[in-house]
Design a protein around this ligand. Structure first.
Ligand code: NAP
Ligand code: MG
Length: 395
């Protein structure tokens, strides 16, 4: 390797697998260079979350990062880890710092049958990674409170609109986004679509949210018309907009093979649906692409807490490491491409093929049992699965 990867370690079961993957599948085969940042919750707490900002800076500086899953603290976690405060989601912090779009694509294999039989080709989610409910201001409101939205312009002038008069106690929330972030979202989606020759479908709810979602629709179309229409027409890449509920109906009836551009929340929810319908949450890649071409690869799933507690009790543990391995291969392949190291990119491909070969030979982790087709030879633990992959890399 020439340039190191920004390596962001994480929490729980994925942290355990992270170390195994590095030791068994990467280090013996690659002269690995990384800049290591420990984003495990204990380390975030010890540094008052400074390590997250440092990691985001490293990804920006080095151009490529690879990230393990991390705990987003809630009240239960605050107690469990004796936290002074609820640190924000590292993913949200990094996404906000890089202003990226997250692309999530299922990892498919002829040995896995998805639960939607119509889907013959993968559906890729392009998730806007800034703002909306992930950067919301929210609070509770007591009965009788008068709620207004107030915008104070740079010159101090105020514009207020009524939100509600609280006839009883309740909750309120304000969200925002930026025009340029939305334009960058659209640009990333069209670039990805041109690269992969996929039609683009963007969906929001502009019938209800005329100004907010209406602006998303308008800017997406503006970017398409002004910057991508000619390129897309030449490449045979189509663009269409539809309402989010119509999009869901259409997606379920489709044969797949398109890029579904989603607002932040829709992308969060829909990518898990696509992943689990395609076999397992562990069979999905996730990459954050910033408008200036910085890449962060991760798994789409979380830290797999339930498995971790079983692992701590010494029980047999069959967490599927595929998405974590593909985070590494995605990052190594990109580093190879950027640094002109074809052998590095070739190794990444070989590792991916080795993972799929193990699955195709009927050796799987438990999460794939229902999707496996035609037969399962043996259900493996995470460790056994990784050993099988290594054996295929060594031949
Ligand atoms: P999760 O870690 O994605 O796991 C949810 C369930 O999905 C698991 O209990 C397991 O189901 C299944 N699953 C997920 N990944 C799997 C794998 N690799 N192999 C086998 N099964 C897998 O979500 P969570 O339990 O709701 O969240 C745990 C923590 O992760 C939370 O603290 C959350 O904040 C964090 N999180 C982080 C990220 C991220 O860093 N990108 C994303 C989401 C959540 P069974 O138990 O039925 O086997
Ligand atoms: Mg999610």
């Amino acid at each position: 390797m020439k340039t190191p990867l920004a390596e962001l370690d994480g929490d729980e079961m994925t942290r355990v697998l992270w170390a195994d993957i590095k030791a068994e599948l990467i280090a013996p085969f690659v002269e690995l260079k990384t800049e290591y940042y420990d984003l495990g919750l204990a380390s975030r707490a010890a540094t008052d979350d400074a390590v997250t900002a440092q990691a985001a800076e490293a990804i920006r500086r080095l151009g490529v990062g690879v990230k393990c899953a991390t705990i987003t603290p809630n009240a239960a976690r605050q107690k469990e880890y004796h936290l002074k405060k609820l640190y924000p989601s590292p993913n949200a912090s990094i996404r906000a710092a890089l202003d990226g779009t997250v692309f999530r694509a299922p990892i498919t294999s002829p040995a896995l049958r998805g639960s939607v039989s119509r889907w013959e080709k993968p559906i890729v989610i392009g998730r806007h990674a800034y703002g909306d409910v992930y950067k919301a201001a929210e609070m509770r409101a007591e009965a009788g409170a008068k709620i207004e939205l107030c915008r104070t312009a740079a010159d101090g002038s105020e514009t207020r609109i009524p939100v509600a008069v609280m006839k009883e106690a309740g909750i309120i929330q304000a969200v925002h986004n930026f025009d340029e972030s939305i334009r960058n979202f659209a640009r990333s989606c069209f670039r990805y679509a041109l690269d992969s020759k996929l039609p683009v479908l963007f969906a929001a709810k502009d019938t209800i949210s005329k100004i907010y979602d209406g602006r998303f629709r308008e800017l997406f179309m503006e970017v398409y018309e002004n910057e991508f229409k000619i390129l897309c027409e030449k490449a045979g890449v189509s663009y269409s907009y539809t309402l989010i509920d119509d999009a869901v109906a259409r997606v379920m009836q489709s044969e797949g093979g398109f890029l579904w551009a989603c607002k932040n929340y829709d992308g969060d929810v829909m990518s898990d649906m696509i992943a689990s319908a395609s076999g397992s949450l562990a069979m999905m890649t996730s990459v954050l692409v910033s408008p200036d071409g910085v890449f962060e690869f991760e798994a789409a799933h979380g830290t797999v807490q339930r498995h971790y507690y079983r692992y701590l009790k010494g029980e047999r543990c069959g967490t599927n490491p595929t998405a974590l391995i593909f985070a590494w291969t995605g990052a190594l392949a990109k580093r190879g491409e950027l640094d002109g190291l074809p052998a590095l990119s070739a190794f990444a491909k070989r590792l991916e093929s080795a993972v799929l070969a193990v699955i195709e030979s009927g050796l799987i982790t438990g999460d794939l049992e229902r999707a496996a087709s035609p037969r399962v030879k043996r259900i493996l633990t995470s460790g056994e699965f990784i050993t099988e992959i290594q054996a295929r890399l060594r031949v």
